[in-house]
Each structure stands twice: as structure tokens, then as C-alpha cells.
Design a protein. Structure first.
Length: 209
């Protein structure tokens, strides 16, 4: 299957995408992770992307589309894949169509804005291995340190004021994708539950797996 996960930052797209990835044996392609790697490495693209990310804005289409095209050309995508974080705008969706990609489903994971702000303020990441935790829902067994031993940190874009800015960008730029894909008969709406396992069940049901 070729699947897109839509949803506001912090809605849980990445977690649900990983569940589906394991179930179907297909890779999850997270543009956010790829861009963060470039930011950490300090490449020209990474520095450019970082400026946008830290103020809660979208990374320019030409940068993101180039990353995705390279990734989809790899052999592990031959049997299908999950796109998490792309497309984020209608022009990006049109660019995906232009690549000849035929999708099976587009999951829209929906969570109220204030719940997202609460969730993201508790997120902690490992700057060394990239593992993600949450102070309430998925704490590290090592407290303020990752299981690899590195001290955990808070991403700059998880600060409440930046999260609200990112949500505004999502509603104006990304939410129109629901209508775009609804017209193609591809949208599968999943309302996020408090319990992770319940959201997983809803996601699998929506995809018929």
C-alpha cells in the first residue's frame, strides 16, 4: 500500500505510521526526520530549513520535493510506503501526482489544538540517537536521560508559542489537502483517542488491515 498520513504537528502521525509500517512491512518516510538530520549536520539545506522550522513556518516546497523524490527511488519503496509529513500543501500534492504516484489511502488523524499543545510541551528527544519520549505518556526509564545515556532535550519547535504558530500554518496550508484528497475518494478520517492503542485500532480499521 501507498499511504499518506495527514494531521497537525503532534497529532501522533509518526507513531501511527510506525504501527502501520510494522504491520504491512513497508517503510515510513518522514520528511521531518530527514530535514532534522540535515539541520543537525549543518548542511546548506539544513541551515535554510532550520530558519523556517524554528519560527514554525513550512520548509520551501522545492527543498522538500527534492528530498522525497530521492527517497522514493530507493528499492525498499518498491512494495509500498507511508509518507509522514509530505505533502503539506496542495502544490506538493500536485507534485506528487506529477511523479506518477498512485495512492491507496490518505489518513487524516484529528486531535484538538489545545490537546496538541499539551502533548508537545511534554515531548523530549535524544540529540544523540533521535529517540523520542513524553514526560506523561512515554517517559524514559532513565528519567531525564535517554536509554542510550544521553541527556534528553526539548526541541525549539515544541515550545507552546511555536506550537500554536505551527498549528496556524497547518490549518491554513495543510488542512486544504483534506478536500483535495476527498475529491479523489482517498480520505480516511481517524479521531485521535486518549489511549494510544485505541487510536491504533481506529487507524487499522480505517485502512482495512
Amino acid at each position: 500500500m501507498k499511504i499518506i498520513f495527514l494531521g497537525a504537528p503532534g497529532a501522533g502521525k509518526g507513531t501511527q505510521a510506525e504501527f502501520v509500517s510494522k504491520e504491512l512491512g513497508i517503510p515510513t518516510i518522514s520528511t521531518g526526520a530527514i530535514i532534522r538530520e540535515a539541520c543537525k549536520a549543518g548542511t546548506d539545506m539544513g541551515r535554510k530549513a532550520k530558519e523556517f522550522i524554528e519560527r514554525g513556518a513550512l520548509v520551501p516546497d522545492d527543498v522538500v520535493i527534492g528530498i522525497v523524490k530521492e527517497r522514493l527511488a530507493k528499492s525498499d519503496c518498491d512494495k509500498g510506503y507511508i509518507l509522514d509529513g509530505f505533502p503539506r500543501t496542495v502544490p506538493q500534492a500536485e507534485a506528487l501526482d506529477a511523479m506518477g504516484v498512485k495512492l491507496d489511502a490518505v489518513v487524516s488523524l484529528e486531535v484538538p489544538d489545545e490537546e496538541i499543545v499539551r502533548r508537545m510541551s511534554g515531548r523530549r528527544v535524544c540529540p544523540s540517537c533521535g529517540k523520542t519520549y513524553h514526560t506523561a505518556h512515554n517517559p524514559s526509564p532513565n528519567g531525564d536521560a535517554c536509554e542510550c545515556g544521553t541527556a534528553l532535550s526539548i526541541r525549539a519547535d515544541d515550545a507552546p508559542d511555536v506550537v500554536r504558530s505551527r498549528l496556524q500554518v497547518y490549518h491554513s496550508s495543510t488542512e486544504p489537502l483534506k478536500e483535495f484528497y476527498s475529491k479523489k475518494g482517498l480520505i480516511r478520517v481517524v479521531v485521535g483517542a486518549d489511549a494510544l492503542e485505541d487510536t491504533k485500532k481506529r487507524t487499522f480499521l480505517a485502512l482495512g488491515i
